[in-house]
Structures are given as structure tokens and as C-alpha cells.
Design a protein around this ligand. Structure first.
Ligand code: APR
Length: 227
């Protein structure tokens, strides 16, 4: 089976009702990244940071995978599909995708503040300040904050470098190192971008599908049939 590798971003989950970051009405219009998505913010104001992620976790409970997630999961019948997502929601998995790497962490998990190997599924949406890891530290969101390392990046680069087909869905390609993955595809690997807006990043030989994720996936499936 051909390896179909996907890099997804917030736009993938927009039709499920989750906000993107940099679109009109995006999260970074309402919150300052430096106040809610950095280790310094967590030290300075853990209540605000914790509330930001509790609110997003609570919202996620009311969201379902959209057509884009479902069609992507369906491609597993014909391709060895590996998803590399910047998203912290679990909608790819809930749609049935079996191979998902979360570059920026997972909203439904929390981890020790002193031992990053101690990761736990969070029951419900609310992480409480005062909840401790077995080593006695405050549990924190299992999110990669700005300025922190992206532990899964080496694996993501390795997978991308083996792709037969590379598909970018719903990301502005603004944030590195994730955005840099598009430069690791093999030279003969076709690249498709599904997005209602053409990303600024120039990638040669790209097939641009100017659609939202659901409609874009339908067009992609037609194109893949003729590859
Ligand atoms: N379908 C497909 N794409 C969409 C849709 C949709 N329904 N709606 C919006 N988009 C596109 C936008 O045009 C934009 O290109 O999704 C992209 C969203 O871009 P961002 O808001 O920048 O989100 P993303 O690229 O995932 O951000 C990357 O930045 O803040 C950090 O850690 C955060 O993982 C995030 C990273």
C-alpha cells in the first residue's frame, strides 16, 4: 500500500465547531499567546492558562468528527495513512484514524510538571490546580507550548521522508518546526494542500484544492483515484 502522509491543522476541525487560531475570530484574536500558551505564562498565571485549556477541553466534549475526518479515516482501506497533526483534539482518532501523531500534544491528557514521561488521560474536562502527579508536582496540560521542544518531530520527519503522497489540510503553515515538514517530502512525492485560503508558504509542484476539509477531501479522493 502507498504511504499517504497527512499534516493537519486547526482548519481540519473547524467544521466540527472548534476555532482555528489565525482566522477571523480565531483563538489568537481573543487571547494573547504569551498569556496562555508558554511555560512562562504557566509559571506566572497558572489559573488563566488552566482555564484556557479547561474551556477548550469542555468545548471539545460537544464536538464530533466532521466529514473531512471521516473521509480521511476511510482512506485507510486503500492507503497506509499516517496522520501528523498539530491539533490537540482527538477528532482524527474518533473518526477511526489509527495512526495519529500529535506534534503539539493532546488536550485530553495531562502530565507531571517535573517528569514529562508521566502522562495521564484526564477524566472529564477539568484539570484542577492542586491535582498532583505521583511525584508530587502540579499536573499540567499535555500541550507543547511555544518555546518548548516538539518531541515527536524527528519521527514526523522520518515518516514524511518516506511518503508516497503528502497531504496538507487546514494549516496556515505559520508555526515551525511543523510547517517545515513540507520540505522533507521525497522529490517525486506529489503534495496536495486542502485549504479555503492559499497558504503563504511557497511549495513547488503543489496541487492546491481551494476547499474546506470536507469538500476538499472529496476532491482529493477523486484525484487519488487517477494517481
Ligand atoms: N477547512 C480547511 N481549512 C480551513 C478551514 C476548513 N473548514 N477553516 C479554516 N481553514 C484554514 C485556514 O485558511 C488556515 O490556513 O486552516 C488554517 C488554520 O490556520 P491556523 O489558525 O494558523 O492554525 P494552525 O495552522 O493549525 O496553527 C498551527 O499554531 O498556535 C499554534 O499550536 C497552535 O497547532 C497550532 C499551530
Amino acid at each position: 500500500m502507498k504511504k499517504l502522509v497527512v499534516l493537519s491543522g486547526a482548519g481540519m476541525s473547524q467544521e466540527s465547531g472548534l476555532r482555528t487560531f489565525r482566522d477571523m475570530g480565531g483563538l489568537w484574536e481573543e487571547y494573547d499567546v504569551m498569556d496562555v500558551a508558554t511555560p512562562e505564562a504557566w509559571q506566572r498565571n497558572p489559573e488563566l492558562v488552566n482555564r484556557f485549556y479547561n474551556d477548550r477541553r469542555k468545548q471539545l466534549l460537544d464536538c464530533e468528527p466532521n466529514l473531512g475526518h471521516q473521509l480521511l479515516a476511510g482512506l485507510q482501506e486503500d492507503f497506509d495513512v499516517q496522520i501528523i497533526t498539530q491539533n490537540v483534539d482527538d477528532l482524527h482518532e474518533r473518526a477511526g484514524s489509527r495512526k495519529v501523531i500529535h506534534l503539539h500534544g493532546e488536550l485530553k491528557k495531562v502530565r507531571s510538571s517535573i517528569d514529562p514521561e508521566l502522562i495521564f488521560d484526564l477524566d472529564g474536562w477539568e484539570l484542577k490546580l492542586g491535582a498532583k502527579c505521583p511525584k508530587g508536582s502540579q499536573l499540567r496540560p499535555h500541550i507543547v507550548w511555544f518555546g518548548e521542544a516538539v518531541p515527536a518531530m524527528d519521527e514526523a520527519v522520518e515518516i514524511t521522508s518516506q511518503a508516497d503522497i503528502f497531504v496538507v489540510i487546514g494549516t496556515s503553515l505559520n508555526v515551525y518546526p511543523a510547517a517545515g515538514l513540507v520540505h522533507y517530502t521525497p522529490s517525486n512525492c506529489p503534495v496536495f494542500i486542502i485549504d479555503p485560503e492559499r497558504p503563504a508558504l511557497k511549495v513547488k509542484g503543489v496541487t492546491f484544492i481551494e476547499e474546506k476539509a470536507g469538500a476538499g477531501m472529496q476532491k482529493l479522493i477523486d484525484l487519488l483515484a487517477n494517481l
